[in-house]
Design a protein around this ligand. Structure first.
Ligand SMILES: [Fe+2]
Length: 218
């Protein structure tokens, strides 16, 4: 905690619900309460992370695949949330993330984008945003403790499938003007295509490798 308070570090505790029963119960309670207030909402594949980060630390411009929420526990941060769609989120950039060919942070960013929304989150507040909306986060001059939750719905899963299949059709078959529709016969075909590539492991060969270019001094 001292190192975080006085340094430039993000400590990211991932999949907390897998190692802690109380947190697993809390996570399920959070989504049960949200679903009770949103008719028709049915979420699954819940994920719970705890972020403990230094004053002024930042997370660069990126886009996430699952549904995301940020729950602020301590400290303050400025969250920049950008619109979906070009130039903020180019379709090909999203497909590269979904296909695991790129890091979430490989999206092109320009400081002029910042003219769009920015918001400061305080302890006790939570933020939720449109699916895949690019964002970046800058801590104010305080130690920050936040929770991130992730979830899927059938709609989010279908959007993932379409982006995955479109990415393959664009890269391997040179197709353009691809529909993003998540229903109808074309969608079912894309679902089959995505499944074939995913489970055959063909796409895995193109996988982006996360390189660890540092060593922690214990
Ligand atoms: Fe994110």
């Amino acid at each position: 905690m001292d190192a975080i308070r006085n340094g430039q570090i993000w400590l990211s505790l991932r999949k907390v619900m897998k190692v802690s029963e109380p947190y697993a119960e809390l996570l399920e309670r959070m989504f049960a309460e949200i679903e009770a207030h949103v008719p028709g909402l049915d979420t699954y594949k819940h994920n719970f992370g705890i972020l403990i980060s230094s004053p002024k630390a930042q997370v660069f411009y990126h886009s996430d695949i699952p549904g995301q929420s940020l729950w602020q526990i301590r400290g303050q941060k400025r969250v920049y949330l950008y619109p979906t769609g070009a130039p903020f989120l180019p379709q090909e950039g999203l497909e590269a993330i979904v296909l695991n060919e790129a890091d979430e942070q490989d999206l092109p960013y320009h400081s002029s984008y910042d003219d769009k929304a920015t918001v400061i989150v305080q302890p006790g507040e939570m933020l939720h945003w449109p699916l895949n909306a690019p964002h970046r986060v800058v801590n104010l001059d305080t130690l920050n403790i936040s929770i991130t939750t992730e979830h899927f719905t059938t709609e989010i899963r279908n959007t993932y499938v379409v982006n995955y299949a479109n990415g393959i059709l664009r890269r391997r078959f040179g197709m353009e003007n691809l529909s993003c529709s998540t229903s109808g016969p074309a969608f079912l075909g894309k679902m089959a295509l995505a499944a074939a590539y995913k489970y055959s492991g063909i796409q895995k060969q193109k996988r982006f490798d996360r390189k660890i270019d540092f060593a922690i001094d214990p």
